[in-house]
Design a protein around this ligand. Structure first.
Ligand SMILES: [Zn+2]
Length: 342
């Protein structure tokens, strides 16, 4: 199986992060890339650099206003006297029904959901190359590969059409799904990250052609709090095409695999032509976020189970944070999925 990744993806190097109000080092570190690359190579994957795909596939799921913000906000921020080195918002509209602000500070609050996604001078290019890795993986599958892996970093599933959040800027899984739609009439996205894929849900919430399914730690007391509950089912023509399966904290392999079978019923009933797996590895028992208790052999079983759906599949990297087993967990998933035979 091919792994798509570009060196530019490593340049985004966020420093700050507020956790329960306290300043902490940002967990979405460039070193994640080294461990994930090692994990992909250990699974027998060939590493391939994506091409520059321009703004087209990104603009297919994000608004022009938001992309303009992402591209230019860092330079604008530097002109504010006394501003922080990274773009970090400190004011947000409580509802997004007011006017669109002209100022950099106002727009940062409008387009950034939280403090976990600081923007530096390198962020825009890193996020673009991350998205282009997803585009290239989707195009490989369109061209006949049974599966491809996009080593997307920074990750994407918390990014809405016009909002960054939770370490995410461009929604790589959504970009991949939209590219697959060039030839597939129905695409399913299965998000197995520890956290609910709220951005992905938001992007496709009113659409019946992309089924969004997310399996995650119950958001009643966990990020992203406001989304990921079982009663969020889609709206308008998309009603019934969003499926959330919240799990109790510290759920183990057995509970995760059982829930995965439930999501498969929904996916099979939808009868998609292609699948995107939003692969977070932070459901791991040793992940710094500590939300669920999936083991390394558990990831192999998850990969094996997903492969049995028998669908052309784009695997898009989402979360999974620094711990000794991060690379091993990717190797386990890809090996279980049958990486070497694809
Ligand atoms: Zn996550």
């Amino acid at each position: 199986m091919k792994t798509f990744y570009a060196e530019e993806q490593k340049r985004h190097d966020p420093k700050a992060f507020l956790s329960s109000g306290a300043a902490q080092p940002n967990p979405e570190q460039p070193d994640r890339v080294e461990r994930l690359l090692a994990g992909a190579k250990a699974a027998g994957c060939e590493i391939v650099r994506p091409r520059n795909h321009g703004l087209g596939p990104v603009a297919a799921v994000h608004t022009p206003e938001y992309l303009d913000f992402l591209e230019h906000i860092y330079a604008r921020w530097q002109r504010i006297e006394g501003a922080s080195a990274e773009v970090i918002p400190n004011i947000h509209p409580i509802a997004r029904n007011g006017s669109y602000p002209a100022s950099a500070v106002g727009q940062a609050g409008y387009h950034m959901a939280d403090t976990a996604c600081p923007i530096s001078g390198e962020t825009w290019q890193s996020a673009l190359w991350s998205a282009w890795s997803a585009v290239e993986a989707a195009e490989a599958v369109i061209s006949g590969a049974s599966a491809a892996y996009a080593l997307c970093r920074p990750p994407g599933h918390h990014a809405f059409a016009d909002v960054a959040g939770g370490f995410c800027f461009i929604n790589n899984s959504a970009v991949a799904a939209q590219v697959l739609r060039r030839t597939a009439s129905r695409v399913a996205i299965l998000d197995v990250d520890l956290h609910h894929g709220n951005g992905t849900q938001g992007i496709f919430y009113a659409r019946p052609d992309v089924l969004t399914v997310s399996l995650h730690a119950d958001p009643v007391r966990f990020y992203p709090f406001f989304w990921g509950h079982a009663d969020e089912r889609g709206e308008g023509p998309g009603l019934g095409y969003n499926f959330n399966l919240p799990l109790p904290r510290k759920s183990t392999d057995a509970a995760f695999l059982e829930a995965l079978e439930v999501t498969f019923q929904r996916i099979r009933a939808f009868s998609p032509d292609a699948l995107v797996v939003a692969l977070g590895l932070d459901a791991f028992e040793g992940d710094p976020f500590g939300g669920l208790s999936v083991t390394t052999p558990g990831f192999a079983r998850i990969g094996e189970a997903i492969a049995k759906l028998g669908l052309p599949t784009v695997i898009v990297q989402e979360g999974g944070y620094l711990c000794d087993e991060l690379g091993d967990n990717l190797t386990a998933f890809l090996t279980g999925f049958g990486c070497t035979s694809r």
